[in-house]
Design a protein around this ligand. Structure first.
Ligand SMILES: *Cc1c(COP(=O)(O)O)cnc(C)c1O
Length: 411
């Protein structure tokens, strides 16, 4: 199916991502609706038995049943693929089902994966525990140590899997260098592009083969629905991933597809504005006496600042982590809770990429299941606070944090 803004008006080549985000769509119905229709239907009627037989044999020839395809889901897939500069994309019910699909579609028993030890917690669980039960082994390596990635490669390594920047410490790895290591080993590189989004970072242009998304985060951008996707070469998406997803049923619901498809229209504006606000907040936090250290790729003090600016279009993203001064883990936890509980504007929630700012305590939430030693090794101290910056007025956010910070700084 070709990209078009109306049935008989195909888009010209060479459009910029900001335009693609608004204009890539499946053809309108015979009503000519300007905004995409929502196809809430589980099945599609067939004109005759021959056509039906053809569509069942060739799912791309026409819609039959929503588990195997739905126009609204196709619209989201095409728009996201265009933004990532990928040949194709396949939508899934959540970010985690996108990662599961990657494993089910590309790996078999006896295969090996190399992956950062700083990946999203459920990703580590899925690869380290669940894939392992099916005979797929994963080596976890330090995010930024290229030698460790190279050393972990084995003859049976099929996939390198990275996420950059990471949650919550915003560690940045070099996508182009990892692509070199993967391809040197005859393996694929997949990148979880959830934190940067294609607005700031396009992993495929840097050499990655596949991009994974949690659409739940910035792609929706308003914290409403769960969604996920894998973007990559048509041969992999159509021949290796789509048949598995059709069988396994980890498909994106048409309603959620419609919401996320609309979200992409404002993605660039939101991500650039939220990143600009995050930089200002990170600079301000660095000056607060109660704050010991700020982790944000846009700050020159960030260990991979130069790489991040090159790889992420000059912006650091919308997620900041910062550590409060504390003499002990117990005091650190109390201080972090004090700061968080004194906010009135930020939400206490487990999400990011929302236009509403969200403050959280990783050690007792996203990283709560790790042992204290594992957390220490990962740098997730009790005094660490994560802030996913939204679109509120910057002064209101500073005032919101100042309430807790000022009482901590007092002797
Ligand atoms: C949230 C998240 C996921 C998982 O996505 P869900 O939509 O919650 O399943 C994967 N990777 C990263 C980096 C995330 O932040």
């Amino acid at each position: 199916m070709t990209h078009s803004s109306a049935p008989h008006r195909p888009l010209p080549d060479g459009l910029h991502p900001d335009t693609l985000a608004l204009r890539v769509s499946t053809p309108a119905s015979h009503y000519g609706e300007h905004s995409e229709a929502l196809y809430l239907t589980s099945s599609f009627t067939q004109p005759d038995s021959e056509t039906s037989a053809h569509r069942f044999a060739h799912p791309d020839a026409g819609y039959t049943y929503t588990r195997t395809g739905n126009p609204g889901v196709t619209a989201f897939e095409q728009r996201l693929a265009a933004l990532e500069g990928a040949e194709a994309a396949i939508a899934t019910a959540s970010g985690m089902s996108a990662i599961l699909l990657l494993g089910l579609g590309l790996l078999k028993s006896g295969d090996h994966v190399v992956c950062s030890q700083s990946m999203f917690g459920s990703t580590i669980r899925l690869l380290g525990t669940d894939f392992a039960r099916f005979g797929v082994q994963t080596s976890f390596v330090p995010q930024t140590d290229l030698d460790a990635w190279q050393a972990a490669v084995q003859p049976n390594t099929r996939l390198l899997f990275a996420e950059t920047p990471t949650n919550p410490l915003t560690e940045v790895c070099d996508i182009a260098a990892l692509a070199g290591i993967a391809h040197g080993a005859g393996a694929l590189l997949a990148v979880d592009n959830c934190f940067a989004t294609p607005v700031l970072q396009r992993p495929i242009a840097l050499g990655a083969d596949l991009v994974v998304h949690s659409g739940t985060k910035f792609l929706d951008g308003q914290g409403r629905v769960m969604a996920g996707a894998v973007c990559g070469p048509r041969a992999i998406v159509d021949d290796q991933l789509a048949p598995v997803n059709r069988a396994a049923g980890m498909v994106l619901s048409p309603f959620n597809a419609w919401v996320v498809h609309k979200g992409l229209e404002t993605l660039a504006l939101r991500v650039r504005a939220q990143s600009a606000a995050a930089l200002q907040l990170a600079q301000w936090l660095q000056q607060q006496p109660a704050v010991e250290r700020v982790y944000y790729p846009g700050l020159p003090s960030h260990p991979q600042h130069a790489l991040a600016m090159r790889q992420m279009s000059g912006q650091g993203g919308a997620v900041i982590a910062f550590r409060l001064r504390a003499d002990s883990p117990g005091q650190g936890r109390a201080r972090a809770f004090h700061l968080i509980d004194n906010t009135r504007v930020c939400s206490l929630a487990t999400n990011l990429g929302d236009v509403r700012s969200i403050i959280s305590h990783p050690a007792s939430t996203s990283h709560g299941r790790l042992s204290e030693e594992q957390r220490q090794a990962a740098g997730i101290t009790q005094s660490l606070v994560r802030l996913a910056v939204g679109l509120e007025h910057l002064g209101d956010l500073q005032d919101d944090l100042r309430r807790g910070l000022d009482t901590l700084a007092a002797p």
